[in-house]
Design a protein around this ligand. Structure first.
Ligand code: XMP
Ligand code: MG
Length: 191
């Protein structure tokens, strides 16, 4: 962990380090590339804001080393509100800016928890007649196995704890942490 950052005092422990994220991202990019060598028109990456923004940026660059070419789209959906537990309600806050018909779509997700968000999103995108839809999720929690979501590429299975960092927030903070960690209990108590 970097010394002297403002968040040092708030983090209880690190779950996945910056180095682990970097290595895994390169590995996932290699796999996705190998599976899409014949993808006509390249890959259309669909980032799910805001949590997946760091992963999108790093994954796209890692994929660039291997190909095929990529284009980027951003969607924002909401299932959690301000708290730390799922409401089960998915709302579109920002939709795709273009038609994805016939495109090879790869959804870039930060974390699959209950799987509610992703299963809804996959149905939504599939209804728009893409050539294919796959999911790359950097993190997955144990609850995810309860919902039928075919996530082809998973970075890390992590414990069933609320985590922050590398795009993941608590009340919109901690997204800039280069690693993923668990907050000290007193952080929740004071908010
Ligand atoms: P579901 O339950 O639908 O949730 O799979 C997926 C979305 O919920 C958010 N999420 C988290 N955000 N720390 C966070 O900051 C967490 O531990 C966490 N677990 C789930 C996230 O936006 C994810 O896309
Ligand atoms: Mg998300």
């Amino acid at each position: 962990m970097a010394e002297g950052t403002w968040y040092d005092a708030d983090i209880d422990h690190v779950i996945i380090s910056e180095e682990q994220i970097r290595e895994k991202t390169a590995e996932l990019a290699k796999q996705v590339s190998a599976d899409h060598t014949d993808a006509d028109g390249g890959i259309l990456l669909v980032c799910v804001l805001k949590g997946a923004v760091m992963f999108m940026a790093d994954f796209a660059r890692a994929l660039g080393h291997h190909g095929p070419s990529t284009e980027m789209e951003f969607m924002a959906v909401s299932s959690y509100g301000q708290g730390t537990s799922s409401s089960g309600v998915v709302r579109i806050l920002k939709d795709l800016d273009r038609d994805i018909t016939g495109r090879h779509v790869v959804i870039i997700e930060d974390i699959v928890d209950s799987g509610l968000t992703l299963s809804w999103l996959m149905k939504y995108l599939q209804s728009r007649q893409p050539a294919s839809v796959e999911v790359v999720a950097l993190f997955r929690k144990p609850d995810a196995v309860k919902v039928q979501v075919p996530v082809k590429y998973v970075g890390f299975d992590i414990p069933n704890e609320f985590v922050v960092g590398y795009g993941l927030d608590f009340a919109e903070r901690y997204r800039e942490l280069p690693y993923v960690g668990v907050l000290k209990p007193e952080v929740y108590a004071r908010s």
